[in-house]
Design a protein around this ligand. Structure first.
Ligand code: NAP
Length: 278
């Protein structure tokens, strides 16, 4: 690699399934940039600030963090931007002058993929439902508040976790927490429902939703992309609702991270979405 080559990678455990190396290396090749993007597997017990410093000494200047390192990595950064602080998790790190700067591009990934898949949907027009209270749900809540949602209705199996997400959000007055079992009863006038739980992923139980209460114009968004059509989405399709899976979110969060490291915005197109779904 030449002196100017940029080296980045995704750190996770396990990480072999990650689509990020395929996506980023496709963009590096397309744009004829000097760089590479690797998969770096580090178990939780070995993921420390020192492990990141060792990678930086070895030439890395950018990282994505994936499961289970997004929350731990937050504590290892020298500097956090407003989005990382709001989401309390870091999925992107860039190294400058030896310091680790943390941000979270999942918020952009979520919002941009929603705009792309449902360009006529106005987030400010109706309450939104978010299912879950982990890092992905925090990203969705932050993105929806930022886009002007009048109310975000939050449901999580462990209600206390949802309360914490609401309290620490950018505008707690617009986030209402409900019991997990009440998620169908609160559908009423909501315009969007987002699955940010792990229910529906391969080898997980499905997420069951009763769509009879939803308006026919409601958007049903699942952050999961493997499988591309979960039961949550298949049932919504049967009910005639507009559905969106998580492939766009993964691609757009990657695009934002790529721009931070390489200084150029890559294009998210069908080839990139197919790499996510492949
Ligand atoms: P996480 O922090 O582990 O949170 C998991 C969430 O799922 C929690 O709210 C948990 O509820 C809930 N859950 C798990 N098992 C459940 C069950 N049996 N019944 C009800 N709720 C259950 O994970 P995360 O990082 O936020 O990710 C959540 C999802 O978003 C995953 O499917 C992930 O793949 C997806 N995601 C997609 C993208 C993308 O780019 N497309 C990016 C980030 C995440 P409790 O709190 O009650 O345990």
């Amino acid at each position: 690699m030449s002196k100017k080559a940029i080296r980045a990678g995704v750190i996770g455990f396990p990480v072999g399934h990650s689509k990020s190396p395929l996506i980023h290396n496709t963009w590096i090749k397309r744009m004829a940039l000097a760089g590479e993007y690797d998969a770096i597997e580090i178990p939780p017990s070995e993921f420390t600030r020192e492990s990141l410093d060792t990678l930086v000494s070895g030439g890395y200047s950018g990282f994505n963090l994936t499961i289970p390192h997004k929350e731990t990595g937050y504590d290892f950064c020298d500097d956090l931007d407003d989005i990382a602080l709001a989401v309390q998790a870091v999925n992107t790190i860039f190294v400058k002058d030896g310091k680790l700067h943390g941000t979270n591009t999942d918020v952009y990934g979520f919002v941009q993929s929603l705009k792309n898949a449902a360009p006529d949907y106005d987030v400010a027009s109706a309450p939104a439902i978010v299912l879950g209270a982990g890092g992905a749900a925090r990203a969705a809540v932050h993105g929806l508040l930022q886009e002007g949602a009048p109310e975000v209705r939050l449901f999580n199996r462990l209600r206390e976790k949802a309360e914490l997400v609401a309290e620490s959000s950018a505008d707690p007055s617009r986030v209402r927490v409900f019991e997990w079992d009440r998620r169908n009863a609160q559908a009423g006038n909501s315009g969007l429902v987002v699955n940010a739980t792990s229910l529906g992923m391969k080898r997980h139980e499905p997420l069951l939703m009763d769509y009879r209460q939803f308006s026919q114009s409601a958007i049903v968004y699942d952050m999961i992309y493997a499988p591309p059509v979960t039961k949550f989405l298949a049932d919504a399709n049967k009910a005639g609702l507009h559905t969106v899976n998580g492939a766009g979110m993964l691609a757009y969060q990657a695009a934002a991270a790529f721009e931070i490291w390489f200084g150029k915005r890559p294009v998210v197109d069908e080839e990139i979405i197919n790499l996510v779904l492949g």
